[in-house]
Design a protein. Structure first.
Lengths: 337, 322
């Protein structure tokens, strides 16, 4: 096995607030291999965005308590001085965000904003940076890129702005691209284009991708591995096949049941997961999912389940026996999906 | 842009015309005092009053007076262009009086603007970058005091403390730079500048803070950080650019309003500015003087509005005129 590109070990991110300690991320470990695509799935507040903002060193609150290790190419990013972290951010790891409408500065031309990223990390002239920016716009499929580079973000459509963000993120040929719900704010027709674009460019630029989403449908065809997060923890990890055809965690089952399908009989209703995501201040004892879990038993209310591998790669954090998990999945979940 | 500008200028002309008509109606049709009586001397006879009325042109019908005033404004009168009329008070042309007083107000307003920008914006920026820090709390505390302390209170307090008690500031009054040199001019202006500026500085500090805090929470600031920009560049190039632009509107309008006369400051510090003159003219019923100062205030405010809109189009690419 080659050295992982990114290895996160037992990461916790806690925010002290007036109401109490918000445990946004509570002991998460995972790896990203060079060139792979990792999907991170979970509801709002499951800690998926905070995990990767922490990897980027962009945790918004200065008072956040961060523990654990974030090893990127063997280097612990959490221990890096700010200046060195800045040289990695944007050049070796870059990130695109959920809402392309607000992610670009409204007062600067798109080409300038991309060029600014280039000039931050490379000693090139303004003109060279601009030329590179135009070239990047072309590569993300924007027509008439030289004209477009001289326009302001408000002259771009939502999909084009996300393309521009991708152009900016890839302009320094990063090893890792973090896409935080890159399609959530876009029209459905544009969503597929953007996902295909990321897929294509990932190979062209030879980058690994982390795709953060709340939509299991999105990650299915675009991700190698999938990590399901709940209440600041990883509850299931496996490759796309494991998650779709052999899911082991009741929360994942819930997510699978709530995907809308065109080929289902039509009279069938979507089954939402009952209840609400837990407060991150008062996380339920034992398994954090137990108040919403239909298969809950005594142990779930007291013991925190560990993320235990079932067969090498595929792991889940649930007290049910492996036999039960497979039985329930095939009898109750698979039937629907 | 050209068409837009012409249209806006026509609007300005219309607004100024309406201001003129309204002022005319207030002071000529229903004057608080009859200027002819006031200026006819002690215990005037009916004949004297009638003679004064004739000399002042008050015996003509109102529309003729109004028309003549506007005509003179554009074409100039016996005292040159623009024709601002003559003062009943001194029986001399108003143009030199208005111009010299306007110059005093301009010095006061511009000096104060420099002071309040230099105080308010940096304080607001520092507060915004460290919200809820000790500096922020102190600064916003002072801002609250500044916002709540009116000039007619602050002015006398400053004079009492710095001139009467401490003797480190000169008394009030206007000392033109051309006559007395730069040092006495500056010494006499510094207190009015500061007193007038404090109120604005407090407002600007609070506005800057609020705008910048909001801007720094925007997604595009996170994008700028994600690019690996230095925090310095994030704040200066990305934060301030968006956070300070709205202040342009406020500044233009505030300065425009002040150029029309800083009534209280001029009065407290004995500065012969246009606001001070407006008050005196209103008391004595010096009709053309009142018209002139009202028009000048209206002119500055409408032009400030226009200037702000034009400048804003250059600063914010999302705003374009057609």
């Amino acid at each position: 096995m080659p050295e992982p590109l990114l290895e996160v070990r037992d990461l916790t991110v806690h925010f002290p607030t007036e109401d109490g300690l918000v445990k946004a991320v509570d002991g998460v470990s995972f790896t990203v291999q060079p060139g792979e695509t990792l999907g991170v799935v979970g509801e709002s507040g499951s800690g998926k965005s905070v995990t990767f903002l922490t990897v980027m060193g962009l945790t918004s609150s200065g008072s956040a308590i961060i523990e654990g290790e974030v090893l990127f190419q063997g280097q612990d990013l959490l221990k890096l001085p700010k200046d060195e972290m800045r040289t990695i951010r944007g050049s070796k790891i870059s990130m695109i965000f959920q809402d392309p409408m607000t992610s670009l500065h409204p007062f600067y031309k798109v080409g300038y904003q991309i060029g600014e990223a280039i000039r931050t990390h490379q000693k090139v002239s303004k003109n060279e940076a601009h030329d590179q920016a135009v070239e990047m716009l072309k590569r993300v499929g924007i027509s008439r890129p030289d004209e477009r580079a001289k326009q302001y973000p408000h002259e771009f459509s939502g999909g084009m702005r996300q393309r521009a963000m991708i152009a900016m993120a890839l302009s320094l040929n990063p090893d890792l691209l973090i896409a935080d719900e890159p399609t959530t704010a876009l029209d459905v027709t544009v969503q597929a284009q953007i996902l295909d674009l990321i897929d294509r460019l990932k190979d062209e630029f030879n980058a690994a991708v982390v795709m953060i989403t709340h939509d299991l449908g999105v990650v299915a065809e675009h991700c190698d591995d999938i990590q399901v997060m709940y209440a600041g923890r990883a509850v299931e990890f496996g490759d796309a096949r494991d998650i779709y055809y052999d899911a082991h965690h009741p929360y994942t089952w819930g997510l699978l049941r709530s995907i809308a399908r065109l080929d289902s009989s039509g009279r069938e209703r979507l089954e939402p997961i009952q209840g609400l995501p837990p407060s991150l201040i008062f996380v339920p004892p034992g398994c954090p999912f137990h108040p919403r879990c239909p298969y809950v038993f005594d142990k779930c209310r007291t013991d925190v389940p560990a993320l235990i591998p079932a067969d090498g790669h595929h792991a889940s954090a649930c007290h049910l026996s492996l036999a039960d998990k497979e039985r329930i999945f095939h009898e109750e979940v698979m039937v629907r999906t | 842009m050209g068409r837009y500008l012409v249209r806006r200028l026509l609007w300005v002309a219309l607004v100024l015309l309406i201001i003129t008509v309204i002022t005319f109606l207030i002071f000529f049709v229903m004057p608080p005092t009859d200027p002819a009586v006031v200026f006819a001397g002690k215990q005037p006879t009916k004949e004297t009053i009638a003679e004064v009325r004739r000399q002042f042109g008050l015996d003509k019908p109102i529309y003729e007076q109004m028309g003549l005033f506007i005509w003179h404004l554009f074409k100039g009168d016996a005292y040159g262009w623009p024709g601002l009329g003559f003062s009943f008070n001194t029986r001399s042309p108003l143009k030199p009086i208005i111009m010299s007083r306007l110059w005093v107000t301009v010095q006061l307003a511009l000096g104060a603007a420099v002071v309040w920008l230099a105080l308010g914006i940096p304080i607001g920026i520092l507060s915004a970058l460290r919200p809820r820090s000790l500096f922020d709390r102190l600064a916003m505390g002072f801002a609250l005091i500044g916002v709540s302390a009116p000039v007619f209170f602050l002015g006398p307090v400053f004079l009492y403390v710095f001139w009467f008690k401490l003797r480190i500031a000169p008394s009030s009054g206007y000392f033109p730079i051309s006559q007395f040199g730069i040092v006495p001019w500056f010494q006499h202006f510094i207190m009015p500048w500061v007193v007038l500026a404090l109120l604005y500085a407090a407002f600007y500090a609070r506005m800057t803070r609020a705008n910048l805090i909001e801007t720094m929470g925007q997604d595009y600031i996170r994008t700028a950080r994600a690019k690996g920009l230095s925090e310095r560049r994030v704040v200066l190039r990305h934060g301030l650019r968006a956070g300070l632009t709205p202040l342009v509107t406020m500044f233009g309008l505030d300065l425009g309003a002040l150029l029309g006369g800083a009534f209280i400051t001029e009065t407290v510090f004995n500065l012969p500015g246009i606001g001070n003159y407006a008050i005196r003219s209103a008391y004595s019923g010096d009709l053309y003087a009142i018209l002139d100062v009202t028009l000048i205030a209206g002119f500055f405010i409408t032009f400030a509005n226009l200037a702000v809109d034009i400048v804003y189009a250059f600063l914010d690419p999302r705003v374009r005129y057609s």
